[in-house]
Design a protein around this ligand. Structure first.
Ligand SMILES: [Zn+2]
Length: 298
């Protein structure tokens, strides 16, 4: 079968493209409808996979375990296509959960289009600070209503099953005025491994989360708040989480100075290894619940 396909492939490529006699593995995979990208995006059986997509100075993270998929945020408006191509290549047919951490453009920009194509079984968000009034957020709310997507407000302490993994909500704890502090904070646990997602939470939210949920914070990896801004990732908070890795979703040449030099020094002084989307592209985490593997695109 493989030989036939190979021959067909060779014949195909030769007739149509005048390419070399020996096909590349990419071409062989394409005969079976598989591209290299699709193979790279598979989740090995029994593992949890996290991909922090490279969407510039914005957030879009996909967490998969078993048949279950969670999307946290959807980047900027222009990032929807990138999210689609990832989900399509990964063979994701539906989203079980979507978390909208908060309503800033760099987190909900692509969300309306994502929800139209992949209406999730449940959308979790934070509406604790005020009714969002931007055009993007109003359009998002309208889409949620039109698509009849079930929505719940994030309640800290709530646990959702994510295949064999577990999603625990840890924030926001209060009705913050500041929309960054109102970010949904959550932790994904699989076996002995834990991963903390901070949205754009800043110092006040970190302090409150630490006081209320300190014993649940220790994790192997943290996606730090607010793209590596200096107003997030207090050193006491970092010491409490005590991660091995910190993911910084900062865009190359961004005008905000992310990641801030002070933060990089704090991470370094805590012995935390930084993973930066501006330098390393898409960042992938694979774990079977014990071992931990980090892969980067660049
Ligand atoms: Zn942001």
């Amino acid at each position: 079968m493989l030989a036939v396909a190979l021959l067909c492939g060779v014949s195909f490529w030769n007739e149509r493209r005048s390419e070399p006699l020996l096909p590349t593995w990419r071409q062989v995979f394409s005969v079976f409808g598989l591209t290299g990208e699709e193979k790279q995006l598979q989740v090995p059986e029994g593992q949890l996979r996290i991909d922090f997509l490279d969407v510039g100075n914005a957030d879009a993270s996909v967490i998969r375990q078993g048949a279950c998929t969670l999307l946290i945020d959807a980047g900027k408006d222009q990032n929807a296509e990138k999210i689609f191509s990832y989900l399509d290549a990964a063979g994701v047919k539906k989203l079980d959960y979507v978390i909208v951490t908060h309503f800033d453009d760099d987190h909900i920009g692509g969300m309306e289009r994502v929800l139209r194509r992949f209406p999730p079984d449940l959308l979790i968000w934070s509406l604790s600070y005020k009714t969002p009034s931007t055009a993007l957020s109003q359009a998002l709310i309208q889409t949620i209503e039109e698509q009849s997507i079930p929505v719940v407000k994030a309640v800290p302490g709530t646990v959702y099953p994510l295949g064999e993994a577990e999603l625990l909500l840890l924030g926001p704890s209060f009705d913050y005025e500041d929309d960054n502090n109102a970010s949904v904070v959550c932790r994904v646990a699989f076996g002995t491994r834990g991963f903390l997602f901070m949205g754009d939470a800043a110092l006040k939210a970190e302090q409150d989360t630490m006081e209320l949920w300190g014993d649940r914070l220790p994790s192997d990896l943290i996606k730090v708040g607010h793209h590596g801004s200096s107003d997030s990732s207090n050193i006491h908070f970092l010491r409490k989480v005590a991660p091995q890795y910190a993911v910084l979703t900062c865009g190359e040449g961004n005008p905000y100075g992310h990641p801030h030099a002070q933060l990089l020094r704090r991470l370094s002084s805590c012995g935390i290894q930084t993973l930066r989307s501006d330098e390393q592209g898409r960042i992938t985490v694979l774990t079977d619940g014990n071992s931990l593997e980090i892969l980067t695109e660049k």
